[in-house]
Write a protein that binds this ligand. Sequence first.
Ligand code: 3HC
Length: 588
Amino acid sequence: MAISRVGVIGLGTMGAGIAEVIARNGHGVVAIESSTAALEHGREMMENSTARAVKRGKLTEADRAALLGRVTFTTDYPALSDVDLVIEAVSESLELKKAIFAQVDSIAPPHAILASNTSSLSVTDIAVATQRPAQVVGIHFFNPAPVLSFVEIVKTVVTSQEVVDEAVGFARSLGKEPVVIGDRAGFIANALLFGYLNHAVSMYESKYATREDIDDAMKLGCGYPMGPLMLLDLIGLDTAYEILDTMYKQGRDRLHAPAPILKQLVTAGLRGRKSGRGFYTYEAPGSPVVVDAVDTETVELGETRAIASAGVVGSGTMASGIAEVLAKAGIDVVLVARSADKANQAVTRIQESMDKAVAKGKLTEEERDAALLRVRGTASLRELSYADLVVEAVVEDLEVKRALFVELDRTCKEGAILATTTSSLPVIDLAVATGRPADVVGLHFFNPAAVMKLVEVVRTVATSQEVVNTAIALCRNVGKHPVTCGDRAGFIVNALLFPYLNDSVRMLEANYASADDIDLAMKKGCGYPMGPFELLDVVGLDVSHSIQRTLYLEFREPGFAPAPRLEHLVTAGYLGRKTGHGFRDYSS
Ligand code: 3HC
């Protein structure tokens, strides 16, 4: 069957986007809404979106006119009497969807396929409201539908294979990459996305970090196109609430119980970008322009301490990377390693890294030479006695770090700031090993430190405001983007990232989808730079397992328990790319 005419029911954010994509690909569209006002609003969204596409050179004015000309806007269901496919995209209410499907079933021609764009409700429940359940399928698009190329095709236990094949072919004809999966709440992408989004909301709600810092952390730390709170505004907080609520009711996973503030915002009518306000305030309803974001790069800081000289303890990649960053910014650095040899190796690594930067045109030879003169390697902690700041980047072992902080406390001058780059240990444990806990702060750099812009500035219950201010100012001075958070396992990025990676492993374990399909879903459906299994293999499964275990032990969330498959791979020595085998085999 050739699909040439398609009905789209519901012209909200998703429906309007879906209608646009379909019409753009040459199909006739019957676009249906329940009221004239809603219909007009849907038409406006399509007009605005296609006008933006013209402005961006993605569409010619003539093609835009042809696209809009292919759409019949109506409130009359009988207009669906000659379509080949109907895609429903109304709000996430099972009763509403069932009623619509029953009605459409009585109007659409017998050959027509009926599809739902539901993101979390059971397609099977919807299918049985019709007399043609074998012709009912899920076709789940991602927001913004004209931009994101992934589509989930949901096959219920009664959907015929022929219908699934038709749906797959149709999605491909729209330039989308479809993946066929079973009927489970959240399918692939939402099931992995919404636990993360909900956790980010809880962080914001508990004032663990600001909305800007949470969003910036995930953009800069993980390369996501949007931070979680701004993405929720795009999705719509009402939609997000419904998805989480449905997922919670199906799985009873506490991590999916919608964070209370979501409900409050929805009740207050603050439904995100479409209503002009959600976590952020927008120029106008539907506008992507935020008007109340704080520019965290320039926000005024109170008292700070001067940092002219610094020490870095450690000789690994983090230590040399941090020393390089500080030296390039004009700070004198003493790098202390366990032996003179190790110190020399670290300094050589810094030189090689700077040579690369020169070769790439990111640094001049003069800048490199001046920066290298500022770095000195040594095996003696005593040389840190004049440093204004010492950054510790030794092995992630609490006893080793604690012993070092005792030494630093003895050695460093009064007023020197003692910082740790730990990614998983409590900073307060190190602070209380010293007689100056107010001067101890976390400075969590990301690897490679010379490249990654993000630094998490971790404030313990004892850190003074002046020290936090100094840490923020230092990050700004050395060209990094600081975000501030409390002293909880995983800080912002790891706490939000690793449970999602762990959930992906659980999904694989449950044989719901393949690693390739899951990776594709997150890259093409959410714009992530890497899929979860690609990332796990790069980070290392031992490292990932250890971070996930730390999170589990701190939060005691059953959902954070490391997935058995992850544990087994680590036990087998399959640690990812570094051993040639992880979730994928890299040996050949
Ligand atoms: N037609 C064709 N192309 C269009 C277009 C249209 N109507 N509108 C925008 N584009 C193009 C733009 O021209 C631009 O392309 P270019 O980079 O080649 O110029 C590209 O799309 C991006 O558009 P913008 O420049 O306007 O916007 P940004 O670069 O700021 O990106 C974003 C915005 C695409 C939303 C990006 O931030 C993103 O991908 N965010 C993640 C979104 C996400 O995760 N979605 C999934 C949510 S979950 C979901 O939808 C499931 C549901 O069930 C809830």
